[in-house]
Design a protein around this ligand. Structure first.
Ligand code: ZN
Length: 319
């Protein structure tokens, strides 16, 4: 069976652990198996004193398109988490355990972490990337959280104000527009942008540099920086947002969107209807041309919404 998460030791003395999400056929959509594999790898890496830095990468053209919607509402065999989502309280417990707690494991991971991002970094993909301490983006990377367009209150952790500032976060979330890598660097969301062909080399160089800091020092300073954010209210704000997110999950509007998604073959169709103004209560919204053309697999003939680089990856996303 194909490993959903590949583990490789690199760098001097194997000090850098590369974890590569390996579901390229679904743009590294995060299902329960991938989330569990990442959690297990982090626990092992925590126990291994030779691991000083962890890199989180994605196989294929895209880093991660979000949570795996098809595993939640699609044809896939239901797992215990999916069955739990039949009630609001079950849905909340699923997302607390599998989304929030697992993201916080990565955020609070003792050792420094680096995300090596290419292509789509969307919704829960963006949430996951921002759990890492450093982010290096390929020049074809784009960042987006289009969940408001699908009725959801973003994803489980509201990372945007901490990454972009409140003003830009409002624009980013309320429009659902994609942000190209160069703009993400300007906003401070990523540390640097490198040519797609140099991504591995650039991350290797950065990871080696971080690995040369005495581990206890690196870990203490990381913890202190996270504590600074905590004192600024980051985790309290996240706690508040998680309740906002769940209230919005269970509104009549959200239920109707979910039913539509289940009735259609893809979220792309639901959004195409909405953008034409066919969904009751949803105003038609013009979809601007993207600032950059991301690399995406072939998609059906262009409809208006197709010009948005995010739409082709939405099928895989669950708010
Ligand atoms: Zn959710």
């Amino acid at each position: 069976m194909t490993e959903v998460l590949i583990r490789e030791r690199r760098g001097a003395g194997g000090a850098v652990l590369w974890l590569t999400m390996n579901r390229p056929e679904v743009r590294n959509a995060q299902d329960s198996a991938l989330i569990d594999a990442l959690s297990a790898a982090l626990r092992d890496a925590d126990d291994d004193d030779d691991v000083r830095v962890v890199v989180l990468a994605g196989a294929g053209d895209h880093w991660s398109a979000g949570h795996d919607l098809k595993a939640i509402v699609g044809e896939a065999e239901p797992d215990r988490w999916r069955l739990m989502r039949a009630t609001p309280e079950g849905k909340m417990l699923h997302e607390q355990r599998m989304y929030v707690d697992r993201c916080l494991e990565l955020y609070h991971f003792r050792k420094p972490t680096i995300a090596a991002v290419q292509g789509a970094c969307v919704a829960a993909g963006l949430m996951l990337a921002t759990m890492c301490d450093l982010i290096v983006a390929a020049d074809d990377a784009f960042f987006s959280n289009p969940v408001l367009r699908m009725s959801g209150a973003g994803v489980e952790l509201l990372v945007e104000p901490w990454e972009l500032g409140v003003r830009k976060a409002k624009e980013f979330l309320l429009t659902g527009d994609a942000m190209p890598a160069t703009e993400a660097e300007r906003q401070g969301l990523v540390n640097r942008v490198v040519p797609r062909a140099s991504l591995v080399e650039a991350v290797t160089e950065l990871a080696d540099k971080v690995a040369r800091v005495p581990p206890i020092t690196a870990q203490m300073v990381k913890g202190s920086l996270n504590q600074t954010s905590a004192l600024q209210g980051k985790e309290n704000a996240w706690r508040h947002h998680f309740f906002v997110h769940h209230f919005t999950h269970n509104t009549a509007t959200a239920q109707r969107m979910l039913e539509e998604r289940q009735a259609k073959s893809s979220m792309r169709e639901v959004l195409a209807d909405r953008d034409r103004g066919d969904v009751p209560g949803a105003a038609a919204v013009p979809t601007p041309a993207p600032a950059v053309e991301p690399t995406t697999p072939p998609v059906p003939p262009p409809a208006p919404a197709e010009r948005d680089p995010v739409v082709p990856v939405l099928d895989r996303h669950i708010p």
